[in-house]
Design a protein around this ligand. Structure first.
Ligand code: MN3
Length: 224
């Protein structure tokens, strides 16, 4: 999600120089629901801190890293992360961590909804094809998230041919390795520690109740 001002280039006849309007900065998107909307699965205080402090900090540090790099920041945040190898080396690690944190959380909020949904339509078919059935998918995804060592995310992605579940460390994005994210769970401790402390498995089980499968299906359809 790119909520900053779009950069554009205006040409007006041969005697005008190119005018480049530079994007001001990447902004923190609003949550698509109230802070308490995911209760009791994810508590209000966790959501307030996670969105208002952690996500905001990723946005701020991403903007700071891009200062003086107008050529980079005129792209969308997703394009920047997708083409991380073209980002100047001096800021590449900062962009990977903070830009990654920025887009991963942009992605994360809308894939949750306290609506007790089940996968339906094309995404349900793709899940059945790859994992056998929905229960098997849940088991594989949960086990993957439970086994991730340290901080990172578990992703459901489309790799161009089929669905895959993968763990990526820190704020690394599937976009950087050419895969399209469809669903993700943040398993950094800041995502669950206030309510669940060391019980990551309980957080993962809770997350399964608040997946916005309509959003996942929409993202999947975009890849087809
Ligand atoms: Mn997080």
């Amino acid at each position: 999600m790119d909520t900053g001002c779009k950069g554009y280039e205006a040409r007006n006849g041969s005697y005008w120089k190119n005018i480049v309007v530079v994007k001001m900065k990447f902004e923190l998107p609003k949550l698509p629901y109230d802070y308490n909307a995911l209760e009791p699965y994810i508590d209000e205080q966790t959501m307030r801190i996670h969105h208002g402090k952690h996500h905001q900090a990723y946005a701020d540090k991403f903007n700071t890293a891009l200062e003086g790099h107008d050529d980079v920041k005129n792209k969308s945040a997703e394009e920047i992360i997708q083409n991380l190898n073209t980002v100047p080396e001096t800021i590449r690690t900062a962009v990977r961590n903070f830009g990654g944190g920025y887009i991963n959380h942009n992605f994360f909020w809308p894939v949750m909804k306290n609506d007790n949904q089940q996968p339906d339509g094309e995404i349900a078919e793709a899940i059945a094809k790859k994992f056998g059935n929905f229960e098997k998918f849940k088991e594989t995804f949960s086990n993957s998230a439970a086994s991730l060592f340290g901080s990172g995310w578990t992703w459901l992605v489309f790799n161009g041919e089929y669905l895959e579940i993968l763990n990526l460390p820190n704020q690394d994005s599937p976009l950087t390795i050419g895969k399209t994210p469809l669903l993700a769970i943040d398993v950094w401790e800041h995502a669950y520690y206030l309510k669940y402390q060391n019980r990551r498995a309980d957080y993962i089980n809770a997350f399964m109740n608040i997946i916005n499968w309509q959003q996942v299906e929409k993202l999947y359809k975009n890849t087809q």
